[in-house]
Ligand binder design. Structure first.
Ligand code: PGA
Length: 257
């Protein structure tokens, strides 16, 4: 029987469409501050910075990741990036199905499932994002929405690994992203519990090892409270990951959780 590991504590920084080559220094400073913390940290810069960031982070504990990939390995897809190309640039993970891509690019869950398969094919761990809009929450549809997104954004044949190490899930309420607003702890707990149960049905014992991250206005001031919630294994951090002084305390809080 494979030993089922606890989910890894992970802090993932999503730089979104921010950062020029000069900002790679920030990544290096973050890496220096994380050196002795027992947290898996990855920074996901814009694709233009991936190569230079991977070089800057070589030999540190911080990894780099992409923010999206195409489902094909190569071909006539102007402007797109294959998972194999992310891997070639040193990325070990990729954010998929972020609500900003669902909104700006009309991405639907079945497409995200094919991208997750592509990431797996390239040996890159997908971070599959789910989350309800404010209207869906107000209509009492949160759990139904995230369960359906989870089901449809991961294909039937997806292999999460014996210990769940090949898949990460991020719960990001759309209305909490970049707004400074967060759900209450019981609200976050209810969603993470539902996600864990759904993963259990799908992946059996390996579900225990799949990290379920919370994302949406995570900051130094709310990190400890969020990380104390059952089934919260870390955070996907947007705005606060652009600054050393904002991001490091979050990683520290996770290391101490
Ligand atoms: P935020 O973004 O931390 O700036 O709210 C989170 C995300 O979109 O991943």
């Amino acid at each position: 029987m494979p030993r089922i590991l606890k989910p890894k504590r992970r802090a993932i920084g999503n730089w979104k469409m921010n950062g020029l080559s000069a900002n790679v220094d920030v990544a290096q400073e973050i890496a220096a501050g994380c050196a002795y913390l027992k947290v898996d940290v990855a920074l996901c810069p814009p694709a233009t910075l991936l190569g230079v960031m991977a070089q800057a982070l070589a030999g540190t504990v911080v990894r780099s990741g992409g923010q999206d990939c195409h489902s094909a390995a190569s071909g006539a897809h102007t402007g797109d990036i294959a998972a194999e190309m992310l891997s070639d640039c040193g990325a070990t993970t990729v954010i998929l199905g972020h609500s900003e891509r669902r909104r700006d690019h009309g991405e639907k869950s079945p497409l995200i499932a094919s991208k997750a398969d592509a990431a797996a094919r390239a040996g890159v761990v997908p971070i599959v994002c789910v989350g309800e809009t404010e209207a869906e929450r107000e209509a009492g549809r949160t759990l139904g929405v995230v369960r359906r997104q989870l089901r449809d954004s991961i294909s039937e044949s997806f292999d999460a690994g014996e210990a769940g190490e090949r898949l990460v899930i991020a719960y990001e309420p759309v209305w909490a992203i970049g707004t400074g607003r967060t759900p209450t702890s019981p609200e976050i707990e209810a969603v993470h519990k539902a996600l864990r149960q759904a993963l259990k049905k799908r992946f059996g014992k390996a579900a225990k090892g799949i990290s379920i991250l919370y994302g949406g206005s995570v900051k130094a001031s709310n990190a400890a409270e969020i990380f104390a919630i059952p089934n919260v294994d870390g955070a996907l951090v947007g705005g606060a990951s652009l600054s050393v002084k904002d991001f490091l305390p979050i990683v520290q809080a996770l290391a101490e959780a």
